[in-house]
Design a protein around this ligand. Sequence first.
Ligand code: AMP
Length: 594
Amino acid sequence: MNEIVGIDLGTTNSLIGVMDAGFPILIADQNGARLTPSVVHFLADGEPLIGQPAMRVRALKPAQTIYSVKRFVGLRGDELRDGDADVSYNLERRTGQPIRILTSGRSYSPEEISALILAKLKTDADAALGHPVSRAVITVPAYFNDAQRNATKRAGELAGFSVERIVNEPTAAALAYGLDKLKSRSKIAVFDLGGGTFDISILELNNGVFEVLSTNGNTRLGGDDLDNVLMAHLRAKGFPAADPESIARLRDVAIDAKHRLSTAESVAIEVPFLEGGGNFHAELTRDELERLSRPIIERTRAHCLRSLADAKLTAPDLDEVILVGGMTRMPLVRRIVAEVFGREPHTSQNPDEAVAIGATIQAGILSGAVRDVVLLDVTPLSLGIETFGGLMNVIIPRNSTIPIKAGEMFTTAVNQQRSMSIKVLQGEREMARDNWPLGQFEIEFEAAPKGRARVGVQFEIDANGILQVLARDTKTGAEKIVEINSAVDVSDESVEAMISESLEHAFDDMSERVWTETKLKAEEMLNAVEAAFAQVGDGIEPAEKENILRAATQVRESLKTHDVRKLQTANASLDEATQGLAAAIVEKAIRTGS
Ligand code: AMP
């Protein structure tokens, strides 16, 4: 069977679909439900319950019931913010080590838990279609880094799928929305606020081609944050929540109230039979909920504005704003979106299903069931390597359309150097140390005088957003290819933090880069003068020699000051003073034929 399924592996819910007679169809389980809660409960004997049955026991067995696992996929212990660890089950968080989930006397990787959810979806699809499916397209938030994408792919493989493509969620949503609008040329914003993540993407639809112009967002902003605030509010109103069971119960109550307040102006909350025998009763109004939620929802605004700026657009340039993610059912979210973009958002798609529908269409494109649609995606952060002086050398800039291949030639800084260390970095800062290390490897080559050896470094990002780095000694052709795919190799702070840090430090970073470059030039010239004196020193006029030595001293002195202007002037004087020396060297070389 050449068919491919599309899967939205969500923080809160997951869905699976398949193309049927040219239409994307979401598959229901035996109970007729298309939405599978992304929840896994482990029974006493270790058997997993997945989806709705797990959801049902979550309040009773919080320590054995795993939810929101997507927050931990591909992350190391030290990459997790404290608030994110606020779950009712135990996590193992060790610095430099992938996060693990500890439950029922066992330890699981987040991928293993995701794989159980994916396997459940696969079983539903197998049953609905009457034959096994083995190929899948899976969606991820646009800001997932390589490690998180790879971990998602691994989860798919663990579940028995061959993962044909990893697609950004907003891109999938746009695909769901855009099929009937393919003729027109339009720009749309996809505002996706789900349980755990927020993504905003600006896309251009042009005669069957989708291009992502920019993406922004926060991998740790969503309905879960709102649930936490609402839980605290209900606690303050007297909900007794001391033990894990009642905390889990409180969460269910809070979520239920939040959902009901999307349509009702006020709701009554009644919880009987609490620990200790009491009941809980409270009224909650939409106003109250909105007052609590506003600071959280407002955080989406800056991301939207940045995304517009990155796409070099203003709100009126957009033809449509579409909503994705369960949280966009909330009236406050819709109001804030309308305010930011100056237009009412489009709500024709079911916000819970748009991503899965898009994933299914993408699967259809790959299997040949859908034709004439091409998807282009972009890199969320710049990728590069560290070069001399600890500088970041960008090879693929942020927001480049993928798949992409780009390269650059590098040379050696030291005589007879036999190897070069390639440090692969992701981020927007000027100095290598401020960016995230994705991996490191050595390329060896034949020893040669400094500057003679040439190493070509090429970055290739495939359609899944997975990065392959190739380094080649251009003389011997010896090469090394490294796939950046291990979760432990990636140090990931949030992309949001990276971008705002880069803006905050832009001035200092730039001064440091200019200083480093000027310093490298100074050091190079001083070395060259020394080498030249050794070679042709005797043949230089004493006055000229003194002139050069004076200029060289000036450079050395300026190097100590950290004053970039002074060093630039000293460099220029030394350059000027050595003109004759350079000519003498060339002349000698011609005479001796060396
Ligand atoms: P998703 O990750 O897209 O499945 O979105 C799930 C998030 O949307 C969760 O935080 C849900 O509580 C929230 N959500 C779902 N339905 C509603 C609703 N009717 N009103 C408000 N929030 C909702």
